[in-house]
Write a protein that binds this ligand. Structure first.
Ligand code: NAG
Ligand code: NAG
Ligand code: NAG
Ligand code: NAG
Length: 247
């Protein structure tokens, strides 16, 4: 499959929102909170789009980079510079984290799981979710970000968000995105950290990330546990050094 990896531009946001929703909708955490998606499909998309637009406009550009992978939109050929002919099927958002700067700026990095706390207008009604569950989940995830990602003692590169549209699973796009970040981090001698969902964990594990802490969250109504894993990659320990160096 012909594909291109490049930096994200604003015109990519429509596709990115579709990738985000379709990739995360099957996850246990999304299913738990989004009880009313089917009644409000358009609402979910429109409000998520509003959130991403706001984040795009207030992005800390010196401390963030975001990449997309695109394929030809109608199964055709790319013609160079033709953005309308490309479809974004995967995206990754990375943040450079530095101890002093974290202490000084509590709004960084952006928090997709807090989307429902930040939206205004009609989107503040949150018609698509169960607000009790969504708020609790958002708060738990925020605590995990505070504890494992922002409370750092050394600079690191944080993989904030990675998603590939399920229709394009199996092309190695997720691994391609992660490897770009690993090279960036290796170039400046920093570790890479992330909070993996159960869906993402096998990929990171296969790329040499270590699992450092299992963060569990008990759902209401006896529905069991949600979990995520704090993971870290260090070039010298990963065993993928040679693969990264030759490229
Ligand atoms: C869905 O979105 C479109 C385009 O934004 C809008 O015109 C339409 O009214 C929306 N439908 C519903 C049910 O909200
Ligand atoms: C941050 O780290 C310090 C020391 O490493 C620890 O005492 C403190 O409890 C941590 N804070 C959070 C929110 O985890
Ligand atoms: C994290 O804990 C959950 C619940 O105990 C478990 O099901 C899951 O496999 C653990 N994840 C990892 C990566 O060990
Ligand atoms: C929302 O979730 C809470 C906690 O799980 C539950 O008690 C409540 O019944 C749910 N409300 C609706 C309308 O589903």
């Amino acid at each position: 499959m012909e594909s291109t990896l490049r930096r994200t531009v604003e015109d990519d946001l429509d596709d990115i929102v579709t990738v985000f929703i379709d990739a995360f909708r099957p996850s246990a955490g999304w299913q738990y909170a989004h009880l009313h998606d089917d009644d409000y499909t358009n609402y979910t998309w429109t409000c998520t789009r509003q959130f991403f637009q706001g984040e795009w406009e207030s992005l800390h550009r010196s401390r963030t980079f975001a990449n997309v992978i695109t394929v030809p939109r109608d199964g055709g050929q790319f013609s160079s510079g033709d953005r309308a002919g490309e479809r974004v099927v995967s995206f990754g958002v990375w943040n450079w984290m530095k101890p002093q700067e974290e202490a000084a700026d509590s709004s960084f990095p952006f928090r997709p799981h807090q989307m429902h706390a930040t939206l205004g207008g009609k989107c503040s009604e949150h018609l698509d979710v169960n607000k009790t569950r969504q708020a609790d989940l958002g708060q738990q995830l925020s605590l995990a970000v505070e504890k494992y990602i922002r409370n750092l003692t050394e600079p690191q590169l944080y993989l904030n968000l990675l998603a590939t549209h399920p229709d394009w699973d199996g092309h190695g796009f997720g691994a391609e995105q992660v490897e770009v970040g690993l090279r960036e981090a290796a170039r400046v001698g920093m570790p890479v950290t992330l909070l993996a969902s159960p869906i993402g964990w096998p990929l990171y594990d296969s790329l040499g990330f270590r699992s450092l802490a299992n963060i569990t969250h008990e759902m209401f109504d006896g529905l069991g546990m949600l979990w995520s894993e704090y993971m870290r990659w260090d070039e010298e320990e990963s065993g993928v050094r040679s693969a990264l160096t030759v490229q």
